[in-house]
Design a protein. Structure first.
Ligand code: SF4
Length: 548
């Protein structure tokens, strides 16, 4: 028998790097990395103040306009009148309007009535009375002119509000519990850790060039959608050490959704800033910078796994072991704090639901007045596009509730208003394919009429998103709607949504299923939701939740 020749092996191809700094990939590997290497995004502020605001929109350097201005919470908004079907075909400059969207970060979500009034006045004076409560504790303006930005900053900063790193490849606004420090059932108050991190690290060049955005949630309770954040510290009671936080990493949605994983570590409150800095440092140094689409922390965590991530964090960054800790009990649903509830000090908090987070400067000013008239000066924004008024005495509750009601801020909303969220959508967002905010508002009104005879005893969340980016968390809604062009019942190409059914957080943490054929034209959305809800209610077994 002739000797057999082993099949020739092609030489192993060198593995392509992922652009990780720690492994020596310092050369920028994509245009976004080059922009960041050429100049720190934080430096654009001086140019806005000294040049662009004085010389006008046309003087803005394109790499500042479409890159670094985000480091100060600024994006150009979408030129009106461009339909969603053309979004992908156009160059960025064809989509750019001369007006800006601005995000104001409200770390932990807390506002005083003085701050609220200033936010409202800025909106009226400079932003055509726009103001949205976003699902990341931001207030978002539209229609700002570059000439007005320095004055807007001056007024915001006079009341301790900032836009620093509200967008960009940075540590974005921190989600915190709307009821931190006042809830009877909270194992620990996370707000002091949020403020300590903000004080030390927001605006610091140490973390102003990350591979991509970095989202943080810190709460004593499970009311901050922690499963979809890059890092989260969630209240947990250690059997020996007492109250502290359970550490999660690597959550994120968009086109490759991943739920965060527990590292099995318990962190006492005074160590949260150090551990947070460790996690974000791992991301900065090991995060993937080659492809923008793989640059979020979730990809690194998925490749490494929780054990390896914890090992690197402990050995290379903290230089000590973390304490092992138990998982906190998971509530059936994330807590949204709507309605009237008792605080530990005997006062009350009232959670209200503006329709899909849309308010206005006029509403914010009226809200500040109503809250002060009720004897309070504190509010919170929530990660569910809601507002919670704190510190209301018993005798002021009912009059405040009716005042809030008259402002469109209902404390006893219909299930549809309570559980519907929407992203910015085509009205202002350059990536959008469909309209969302106003569509959501109309949908809620429609469902309140159509489903007046249906009273599901479990919440059914509806999240409208204008594109696959999932800013309003498509995949973790009971009915998740992802904007796209669809064919309607008459055969026309129209705005519509791909439906994801049965996603959730809390006990039902998981992504909704994208059902083939479940695409719905925007104009037919009311019919579709009506049908789905009625079927669910009719076929539901006792105690069954929508996501089960
Ligand atoms: Fe814009 Fe898409 Fe995000 Fe909506 S989901 S705000 S359309 S990027």
């Amino acid at each position: 028998m002739p000797p057999t020749t082993p099949p020739s092996k092609s030489p192993a191809r060198p593995k392509r790097g992922e652009g990780q700094w720690k492994l020596g990939h310092r050369e920028p590997l994509n245009p976004n990395e080059r922009v960041k290497r050429d100049d720190d995004g934080l430096n654009v502020r001086a140019r806005i103040e000294n040049v662009y605001s004085k010389q006008g929109f046309d003087s803005i350097d394109p790499s500042d306009l479409r890159g670094r201005m985000r480091w100060w919470g600024l994006y150009t908004q979408r030129k009106p009148g461009i339909d969603g079907g053309r979004t992908a075909a156009l160059e960025p400059e064809e989509l750019d309007d001369e007006y800006f969207m601005m995000r104001v970060r409200v770390d932990g979500g807390g506002l005083t009535t003085d701050q609220l009034r200033v936010l409202g006045e800025i909106s009226q004076e400079f932003a055509r009375d726009t103001a949205d409560v976003t699902d990341r504790n931001n207030i978002q303006y539209h229609w700002l002119r570059i000439e007005d930005i320095p004055e807007v900053w001056r007024r915001l900063e006079a009341v301790d509000l900032v836009t620093t790193e509200a967008c960009g490849d940075t540590p974005r606004a921190f989600l915190g519990s709307p009821v931190a420090g006042i809830a009877a059932d909270e194992p620990i108050n996370g707000d002091p850790a949020i403020f300590a991190i903000r004080e030390k690290y927001v605006g610091s060049p140490e973390f102003s060039n990350l591979p991509r955005k970095f989202k943080t949630a810190i709460s004593g309770q499970q009311d901050v959608a922690h499963e979809v954040n890059d890092v989260a510290f969630i209240g947990s009671v250690h059997p020996e050490h007492g109250p502290g936080f359970d550490l999660w990493v690597g959550g994120g949605l968009s086109t490759n959704p991943k739920l965060a994983v527990r590292l099995g570590a318990w962190v006492p409150i005074d160590e949260v800033p150090e551990v947070w800095a460790g996690v974000i440092s791992v991301f900065r140094d090991y995060g993937y910078r080659r492809l923008r689409s793989r640059a979020r922390l979730k990809f690194l965590v998925a490749d490494w796994g929780a054990e390896e991530f914890r090992r690197v964090l402990e050995e290379e960054y903290l230089h000590r072991k973390l304490v092992d800790g138990p998982a906190p009990a998971t509530p059936e649903r994330p807590i949204d704090h709507i309605g009237v509830h008792k605080q530990v000090d005997g006062l009350n908090y009232i959670g209200v639901a503006p329709a899909s987070g849309r308010v206005s400067g006029t509403t914010l000013i009226a809200l500040a007045k109503a809250v002060e008239a009720a004897g309070s000066r504190r509010l919170k924004l929530t990660p569910y596009q809601k507002i919670v008024v704190l510190d209301v005495a018993d005798e002021a509750v009912e009059s405040l509730r009716s005042e809030l009601d008259s402002l469109g801020l209902q404390s006893d909303p219909s299930p549809w208003r309570r559980s519907t969220m929407a992203c910015t959508g085509i009205e202002f967002c350059k990536l959008a394919i469909v309209e969302t905010k106003e569509r959501a508002i109309r949908l809620v009104e429609e469902l309140e009429k159509r489903l007046a005879d249906v009273h599901p005893d479990v919440p059914i969340s509806i999240h409208l998103n204008g594109c696959p980016n999932s800013c309003a968390r498509t995949q973790v809604a009971d009915i998740g709607l992802k904007g796209q062009i669809v064919t309607d019942s008459a055969g026309n190409q129209v705005e519509g949504f791909q439906v994801h059914l049965g996603g959730g957080l809390g006990l039902d943490s998981g992504f909704g299923r994208k059902l083939r054929g479940h695409k719905v034209a925007s104009a037919e959305l009311g019919d579709y939701v009506d049908r789905v809800v009625r079927n669910f209610v009719a076929q539901r077994t006792e105690g069954e939740r929508f996501a089960q």
